[in-house]
Design a binder for this molecule. Sequence first.
Ligand SMILES: O=C(O)CCC(=O)C(=O)O
Length: 279
Amino acid sequence: MIDRTALASDYKRNGYVSHVPILTQKETTGLRSQLQTFIAEHGQDPRFHDWCYFKSHLVLPWIADLARHPNVIAAASALLGPDLLLWNSFVPSKAPKSEGLFGWHQDAAYWQIAPLDKIITLWLAVGDVTPANGGMKFIAKSHDFGQLSHESTFDPKSMLRRGQRITEPFSDEATVDGDLAAGEASIHHPLMIQGSGPNGSDDWRYGVSFNIVAADIEPHPGFPESVYYLSGEDRNQDLIREQSPDAALSGAALAEFKRAEDIAATKYAVVANTGSDGK
Ligand SMILES: O=C(O)CCC(=O)C(=O)O
């Protein structure tokens, strides 16, 4: 049961919340098996990485359904109000004994959308997550530090598109490990300093991450954005609407994914021309 009042006050104070109960054990087991099948069947496909790190809900119906799970909506609406859109989803799995990591970063450094108080990231654990298997770390209250500068390192171990990391000094005294039990989620603010290390364990680290926005979010002028309807009143005509996938990786789903990629490519072309950084 989600305590919406406590969730909202903890999030406001710390910039993140943890141990938000989302899925039952049975639901988590079912989701994990879908994820395992997806990895087993498509892990070697040259497009696998794209499907995992950009709008996975457009190619995998079970990710689109998960975004509309009543507990995802309850948690997100406690922070953003009832009218919700899904801006992005991804599936950041880490294989056993793998080196992939996320350096310290703030998501907002790469986003051309505002205001930041109308965006959350809900990261759902699809198995137990600990520091040993590459779970996320946060710097508590760092959403109050403001936007810090980042650089692109292109570190091959980084799971961020350009290996971005923060370049300015900041205090990491308030680092907290975001361990989660399977079926629980953490939720963080776009200015939260976060990262995660490699998976040194013998098991996979499975997770699904959603960037959920309030319907009155505004893309920066010249930066088109597409979104997937989640709940409440669908009232923002400045955002391009995305269609639900009819089946996993179907022709129609792949065409919709390509359409969203083309919209994002327009955005990244603007980013390249302005020198700011895209995730
Ligand atoms: O999955 C992870 O370990 C980190 C994800 C992350 O950094 C993000 O959601 O921005």
